[in-house]
Write a protein that binds this ligand. Structure first.
Ligand code: CAA
Length: 275
């Protein structure tokens, strides 16, 4: 269903970044920090390219089992695309910028490993769009989320119109986009934009526990489920069910499926190998 996994014998060297920090912890969680705190981590074009490279690297690196994206400093996750750069664009350039950002975020969404947005402070505009492309979102009670582009005389350009509609429904998407307001995390949780809300001091632990829970499951099954869910959203129900049946059949050819079912019957913990 997705590309064959990486070669597990190979050791990959992490690329160097100017605006991102990448740390892979002992659990195999890659903590990716967008690190421009003075600009509230605004996504300039360099950050967009670095995120593309970083997520591709983590998707390939056998050491990494889950990805977390967060913002540097304590004020913002990401406060949007860099308005300084946007202000200088003409229509054709702006379209290219939009397509390029959308393409990078499609890469985040199609990562076969779980990607969690860890949201403290502001997640606005392109910042919320980045979080929406992640598979799951955990926010601090202090976070504020929104799509303020209409207050700049713009509309969302990094997939926000499409993704917010799919995640929270067209009613919420219309309200958020038309008002341009920043909503408290509890409200974002109530309408399904974020999965969990916790006090700021719990945020990292909550994200780590969520990642660890998923990492205990069959990695091949997790990757396949992400793919089926994503592709299923793009087609009608019967085609989505066909995709599911094909993937369900294919998963029975994996060692992990044998291991998971045998472990249950033998009353022991499964030892998944991701194949
Ligand atoms: N782009 C560039 N710089 C930004 C920025 C952004 N999106 N957001 C904040 N900054 C900069 C500010 O200009 C400021 O820089 P200086 O210190 O050099 O003046 C610095 O970050 C700190 O910001 P503020 O002084 O404004 O901080 P605040 O606490 O008073 O306000 C805020 C915080 C409400 C988040 C405010 O910064 C804000 O409204 N930011 C813009 C949010 C926004 O409109 N985002 C959408 C961008 S458009 C987009 O994303 C298009 C798309 O879909 C692709």
């Amino acid at each position: 269903m997705y590309d064959e996994g990486p070669d597990y014998g190979e050791e990959l060297e992490a690329p160097e970044f100017e605006h991102l920090l990448l740390e892979v912890d002992d659990d195999g969680i890659a903590w990716i920090t967008v690190n421009r705190p003075k600009q509230l981590n605004a996504l300039n074009l360099e950050v967009v390219e670095e995120l593309r490279d970083c997520v591709s690297f983590c998707a390939e690196d056998p050491e990494v089992q889950a990805l977390v994206i967060r913002g540097g400093g304590d004020k913002a996750f990401v406060a949007g695309a860099d308005i300084q750069e946007l202000a200088a664009l003409g229509p054709l350039e702006a379209r290219e910028v939009s397509l390029n950002g959308q393409d990078m975020l499609a890469n985040v969404e199609s990562c076969p490993k779980p990607v969690i947005a860890c949201i403290q402070g502001y997640a606005l505009g392109g910042g919320l769009e980045l979080a929406l492309a992640c598979h799951l979102r955990v926010a601090s009670t202090e976070a504020r989320l929104g799509l303020p582009e209409t207050s700049l005389g713009l509309i969302p350009g990094y997939g926000g119109t499409a993704r917010l509609t799919r995640i929270a429904g067209v009613g919420v998407a219309r309200e958020w986009i038309l008002t341009g307001d920043a909503y408290p995390a509890e409200e974002a949780h109530r309408v399904g934009v974020v999965n969990r809300v916790v006090p700021p001091e719990r945020l990292e632990d909550e994200v780590r526990e969520l990642a660890r829970t998923i990492m205990k499951r069959g990695p091949y099954a997790v990757g396949t489920a992400l793919e089926v869910l994503r592709r299923g959203l793009e087609v009608g129900q019967s085609e989505a069910e066909n995709l599911e049946a094909d993937a369900f059949g294919m998963i029975f050819a994996t060692d992990d499926a044998r291991e998971g079912t045998s472990a249950f019957l033998e009353k022991r913990k499964p030892n998944f190998r991701g194949s």
